[in-house]
Ligand binder design. Sequence first.
Ligand code: BEZ
Length: 178
Amino acid sequence: MLGKKVPAVTFRTRVRDEAVGGPNPFRWQDMTSDDYFKGRKVVLFSLPGAFTPTCSTYQLPDFEKLAGEFRALGVDDIYCLSVNDAFVMNAWAKGQNLENVKVIPDGSGEFTRKMGMLVAKDNLGFGMRSWRYAAVVNDGVVEQWFEEEGYSDNCESDPYGVSAPQNILENLKARAAA
Ligand code: BEZ
């Protein structure tokens, strides 16, 4: 994906809107790839599932904690994407008290499929999900790419290393120093 543009898709998000009223004041809001990526430098990380152990214990909270360091290196936003619907992603974001990382629901898997990162996880009863990867995306173009090794369907393990925020920060710092 290095040097390529991220796919143009529409994400179905749910946003809070008091004007809706009632006990569940949320509405649908379509967000396009341009809305997320155009004219900004972002770190995107994508993982196999909301609420899963590695993602919930390490990857997402570590990105949240290290957001200030990313910002200092010129990153405007950090996005966490998963092939989960907006209700699940919002519940996960709330449970993690996110203030810095924004979640992107790719419920249909269209973005992930077009990124070439959709894998079967039927061995876990998950269906189609995202392989774990991260990218630095500048104005919609992939500038740096961090894909976990062993991309495959029904993978028995869940590799996690190169897409950790600590590794991405090291790479951003090395670039800044070069
Ligand atoms: C994990 O993040 O630990 C995990 C991800 C996918 C399947 C099972 C566990």
